[in-house]
Design a binder for this molecule. Structure first.
Ligand SMILES: O=C1O[C@H](COP(=O)(O)O)[C@@H](O)[C@H](O)[C@H]1O
Length: 250
């Protein structure tokens, strides 16, 4: 049976540091009985802060990064190296610091806008092929070991926004997103099918502006209203929040 836990940390900095410590320990634990390990990264404020905290944590050297594959839950459809790409921010926060320990072929960035890939749908299709290849083409996406998700104040996770048609896409692992209410408007996202194929889903959220969405998601809101409510792991769904995001009841 899937378990849901909520862990509240004092502030955004401690939330990021505790999430980083939790992630590193979890990777070490999983590597004691399974390889490779598939991790899905998130963009966003706390997501990137968490990656920087991983880079600064000495336990990162206890992880065998050659056996870790990194994916993204969503990406802003921009040119390679654009400062607003989640990949660019993740490279600056963590991947560059890992250096040779992390083989480049283990880093599965969402295709960027270029001469060959000109629409979010093309990028999504290419990413779906990469995801399926990682399963040996036996399924649409790996059973991710940990899937990290930030959450916007509107309750969006990855690039699945409230009321958006991308929420309804099923039977495939990725979707091209047009008209994102948060800039940039063009994005690529994992679908709920791919998200819900993860063993563990960790939603990280900080700040009072997220409190209403956290309460709604945990209080049984529909996923069309609050997409974070539909982000569930097969074995565990973990909500990692700070006091402000947990709201007055915490
Ligand atoms: O645009 C995005 O926003 C969300 C949440 O970001 P935050 O700054 O409010 O924490 C993030 O999860 C997503 O990956 C990103 O593309």
């Amino acid at each position: 049976m899937s378990v849901r836990d909520v862990v509240v940390h004092p502030d955004a900095t401690l939330l990021a540091e505790a999430t980083a410590a939790r992630l590193l320990t979890h990777l070490v634990d999983v590597q004691s009985h399974r390889s490779p390990v598939h991790v899905v990264l998130t963009g966003g404020t706390v997501g990137i802060k968490t990656l920087a905290a991983v880079a600064a944590n000495p336990v990162r050297d206890a992880v065998d990064w050659s056996g870790v594959h990194l994916w993204w839950g969503d990406e802003r459809f921009l040119a390679d190296g654009d400062a607003d790409r989640n990949e660019t921010q993740a490279r600056e926060a963590l991947l560059d610091a890992l250096g040779d320990a992390l083989p480049p072929e283990n880093v599965h960035a969402v295709p960027a806008l270029d001469d060959d890939v000109t629409t979010p749908a093309e990028a999504a299709d290419e990413y779906a092929v990469a995801l399926a290849a990682a399963t040996g083409n036996t399924g649409p996406a790996p059973a991710f070991d940990v899937l990290l998700l930030g959450m916007g104040p509107d309750g969006h996770v990855a690039s699945l926004f409230p009321g958006h048609e991308a929420l309804l896409v099923s039977g495939r692992s990725t979707v091209g997103v047009h008209g994102s209410p948060k800039p940039p408007p063009l994005r690529v996202s994992l679908t709920f099918d791919a998200i819900r194929g993860a063993r563990e889903v960790w939603v990280v959220a900080a700040g009072a502006e997220k409190a209403e969405a956290v309460a709604a998601a945990l209080g049984g809101a529909s996923e069309s209203e609050i997409p974070a409510a539909g982000a569930l792991g097969i074995e565990r769904t973990l909500w990692l929040v700070d006091v402000a995001a947990a709201g007055p009841a915490s």
